[in-house]
Design a protein around this ligand. Structure first.
Ligand SMILES: [Zn+2]
Length: 540
């Protein structure tokens, strides 16, 4: 491309410098695959929106200018709308449904263009028989093709499962060496961090020393240890301290997953949580966290039971429920957990495997128990037995006031922690937490526009730029020349979630257009084309 001085598009005077964009060198004859004209462009680094045209060529952003002279094969009028980098969901469970339904409707319709999976210690790979590596997994995602990009952590629970097994015992020296090698290999193949789920089996059986050893390979790559901590309620502070100790021991960045204060009696701990994060950061540790915009969490019903009871896996757990030696102790601890969240009524059933219990889905646990003539605890045991522990729940136990404080924290990114769904077809299943269909528009509608907890520019950064930088995803999370064209066009005046706890299967409104790697995936609210997502690997 030849350019002359006259053809240079000056960045002065209309705020492109504010977007952090370099001066543009464009000839007026330049053509583009797509031009989105006249939207308020939010660059992704927390800067305010600036009206500009964005030209896309060969999957990447070719130009950003106040008035782009070139022609687009396709053009979209963005007047009155906001254009942001496609949202990056830094803690997603969309990998669960991706293979069955790569169109991931509920994800793309929120403006999400990249999901970060392999969370809570559970990743699809490495596989037990060693046949599936991250390289193969990423190739499979590329071939699907997935509607959205996918990056994955390596799950340290999965690594423990295939090397040590389901048991509650420390790893031997040889096992630790084997696990570390698996983590090394995953990171060398492009995994974007290492995750744990320390409230889950078998991840919970890892000691602090083991986790420090497994996180050491993260250091050289400056990738985070992302943790669903050992506890989020009565020993929340101790769990924060442990997370910080692990990151400090491994000298790696720390990402606290879905940070919360669970149970009313722990809501007052938020200041202590922030103080510990501030102190750790001051000492040089790179600590950030993520959070979804709801006051209920969602997890397996087994989470209402003590994790020691899961030693050895599901079968031994089910036996212990009836074993006189353990049954009473399990019940006491489980009823304590129910008391913590204000009673079993605050547990809503999201899915069950046993068809005979499908009437439970969408009901509160105590209500369903009543309909079967059972006390709540008996109802919980019955569900777990009938479904071989495959029961998921939505649990109401958090503070709205604290939620706003978390979202407003400068080191908080937005995650959904949700799966992928659709309002019709096979991907409409169970009665899920609405976060899988509403997280990102809910932040933009409720917490930006209505509650003014954060500005739109801050929200965009928390949803795109910050996670891209955190996971070192090159060319993502910003609108600038050379970046990949992952884009979301939305109406800041109307964008809103529609999914509720009572009626989760509803797509959001106010997000007309989504572009993934330069191709339109959603246009005027309608799905277009097949998947154009790729597996993303971290810059290593
Ligand atoms: Zn989690």
């Amino acid at each position: 491309m030849t350019t002359s001085r006259r053809d240079f598009v000056s960045s002065a005077g209309f705020g492109l410098a504010a977007l952090g964009l370099p001066a543009l060198h464009l000839s007026s004859t330049t053509s583009y695959d797509l031009i989105i004209r006249g939207a308020a462009v939010y660059g992704g680094a927390g800067t305010p929106g600036t009206e500009a045209d964005v030209g896309v060529r060969a999957g990447r952003i070719g130009a950003v200018a106040k008035k782009l002279a070139g022609k687009g094969t396709d053009e979209i009028d963005g007047k009155g709308l906001a254009l942001a980098p496609g949202f990056i969901d830094i803690h997603s469970h969309a990998d669960g449904g991706l293979a069955a339904d790569p169109s991931v409707e509920s994800v793309i319709r929120q403006g999400v263009t990249t999901v970060v999976v392999g969370q809570d210690g559970g990743s699809h790979v490495p596989a037990a028989d060693g046949t599936t590596s991250f390289l193969k997994y990423f190739r499979r995602v590329d071939a699907m093709p997935s509607a959205v990009n996918l990056a994955s952590m390596v799950g340290l629970g999965q690594v423990r499962r295939i090397v040590v097994g389901e048991g509650n015992r420390p790893a031997t020296k040889a096992e630790l060496a084997k696990m570390t090698a698996l983590v090394e290999k995953a990171l060398a193949s492009g995994a974007c961090g290492a995750s744990t789920g320390l409230e889950y089996s078998p991840g919970a059986f890892a000691t602090q020393a083991e986790l420090i050893a497994l996180c050491k390979p993260l250091r050289a790559r400056r990738l985070p240890y992302a943790t669903h901590m050992r506890n989020e309620d009565d020993t929340l502070i101790e769990a924060i301290d442990e997370s910080i100790a692990i990151a400090r021991g491994a000298r790696c960045p720390l990402q606290i997953s879905h940070l919360k204060t669970a149970g009313a009696r722990n809501w007052g701990k938020i200041d202590a949580v922030f103080a510990r994060i501030a102190r750790a950061r001051k000492s040089g540790l790179d600590v950030t966290f993520d959070r979804y915009p709801y006051i209920a969490w969602s997890t397996g019903l087994t989470n209402m039971f003590p994790v020691w009871a899961l030693d050895g896996g599901d079968e031994p757990f089910l036996q212990r429920l009836d074993d006189p030696a353990t049954a009473a102790k399990i019940r006491t601890e489980s009823e304590d957990k129910a008391a913590l969240i204000g009673g079993w009524h605050n547990v809503q059933l999201a899915s069950v495997r046993a068809v005979a219990d499908s009437d439970a889905v969408g009901q509160r646990l105590d209500d369903w128990g009543k309909s079967r003539g059972m006390a709540p605890y008996e109802a919980a045991m019955a569900l777990l037995k009938n479904s071989k522990t495959n029961v998921s729940t939505v649990v109401f136990g958090m503070s709205e006031e604290n939620l706003e404080k978390f979202l407003a924290h400068p080191k908080c990114m937005i995650c959904s922690d949700g799966g992928a769904f659709a309002v019709s077809g096979p991907a409409r299943s169970g009665h899920p937490h609405p976060r899988g269909l509403g997280t990102f528009p809910r932040v933009l509608g409720r917490y930006v526009r209505e509650r003014k907890v954060i500005t739109l520019a801050q929200a965009v950064d928390k949803m795109s730029g910050m996670p891209a930088r955190r996971l070192r995803l090159a060319g993502r999370g910003r609108i600038g020349v050379g970046a990949w064209a992952d884009l979301v066009l939305f109406d800041p005046r109307t964008v809103a979630d529609q999914a509720t706890f009572a009626d989760p299967f509803q797509y959001p409104v106010g997000i007309p257009t989504v572009v993934v790697n330069g191709k339109i995936a959603l246009r005027d609210g309608e799905r277009v084309g097949t998947g154009n997502g790729k597996a993303l690997t971290s810059l290593v």
